[in-house]
Design a protein around this ligand. Structure first.
Ligand SMILES: *[C@@H]1O[C@H](CO)[C@@H](O)[C@H](O)[C@H]1NC(C)=O
Ligand SMILES: *[C@@H]1O[C@H](CO)[C@@H](O)[C@H](O)[C@H]1NC(C)=O
Ligand SMILES: *[C@@H]1O[C@H](CO)[C@@H](O)[C@H](O)[C@H]1NC(C)=O
Length: 275
């Protein structure tokens, strides 16, 4: 128990911060059909979906979940800012990556033969990894996804990865809120209200779609994240302003895509049989 408490208090590295993950989950829930609402409530035992989204970050440092640590990203060995691109053979490790994890957990959530406990755990992973695959620096090997790039943000020393995971989202949508759930809910509502433009949705094969989404995020590493030299710079001003539309777009896509997949999964009544 003590160990568990210690682990949950560790600072979160390498994942959209909790605000980003909560927002993806809430936005998806705004798009859920009634069937998806029932289905997710059952598999999560009524747990708040934004809380469920954080589970993979809470357990990744525990020995019994060590196998899941590599599932939060895919380290593209490309050459930003000149050349971006993911190659699954080269970049997805033997123990898996965010693309293979999306395929695995999406299939497990939909598997009516799998006991409810495991489907619930996979649903938590699925929600989380749909978020992570949309964070550009979760698709990049360079400087460990920016973890080794020292920058500052509004005067505070940090690194590029943390700026994208946490500081940019928090400044954009968390500032002024001491309640993170309320900040996430408010951000999700705003993204939901602004989703007028339809976009081409990838719905066939979770591995293919995961790769497409990762490639989309990875392209931003070249076009924006590392387009200019950021080493030692303060990113709280102009850089932040340019990042906000990208973060809105990617969090919005993550939430919509997650809902589209769960809605498709729960459309046939057979999928709702839960053991
Ligand atoms: C992908 O990576 C593998 C292993 O490094 C390599 O053999 C292959 O040519 C690459 N594919 C492309 C399209 O670059
Ligand atoms: C799929 O997920 C399960 C449950 O977390 C895990 O035991 C299994 O190793 C995963 N399979 C692959 C191929 O990643
Ligand atoms: C709505 O979305 C469009 C296109 O993504 C974006 O340009 C615009 O700034 C957004 N508006 C608000 C209020 O978020």
């Amino acid at each position: 128990m003590l160990l568990f408490i210690l682990f949950t208090l560790l600072p979160q590295i390498q994942a959209w911060g909790s605000l980003g993950h909560r927002t993806v989950a809430y936005l998806a829930s705004l798009h859920f059909t009634p069937e998806s609402n029932t289905f997710t409530n059952t598999l999560l035992n009524g747990q708040d979906i934004s809380e469920a989204a954080l589970f993979p970050d809470k357990v990744r440092h525990m020995p019994q979940f060590a196998y899941s640590a590599g599932w939060h990203y895919i380290d593209a060995q490309d050459s930003p800012p000149h050349q971006c691109g993911i190659n699954m053979t080269r970049d997805c490790l033997a123990e898996g990556c965010v693309v293979s994890a999306i395929a695995n957990h999406t299939a497990r959530v939909a598997d009516p033969h799998l006991p409810r406990f495991y489907r619930g755990q996979s649903l938590r992973f699925m929600i989380h990894f749909f978020g992570d695959v949309h964070q550009p620096l979760h698709t990049e090997a360079e400087d460990r996804g920016g973890n080794e790039v020292s920058v500052s943000f509004d005067g505070h020393a940090t690194n590029l990865h943390s700026a994208w995971d946490t500081l940019i989202p928090n400044k954009h949508a968390g500032a002024g809120h001491d309640d993170e759930l309320l900040a996430a809910w408010t951000w999700a509502q705003r993204l939901y209200a602004n989703e007028s433009q339809p976009f081409d949705e990838c719905m066939n094969d979770a591995a293919e779609c995961g790769l497409e989404w990762a490639s989309e995020a990875n392209a931003y590493v070249c076009s924006y994240v590392l387009a200019k030299d950021v080493h030692g710079k303060d990113l709280g001003g102009e850089y932040y302003e340019g990042a906000v539309p990208i973060v809105d777009e990617m969090i919005g896509k993550a939430g919509r895509r997650l809902a589209a997949w769960i809605n498709a999964m729960t459309a046939p009544a057979s999928a709702l049989e839960i053991q």
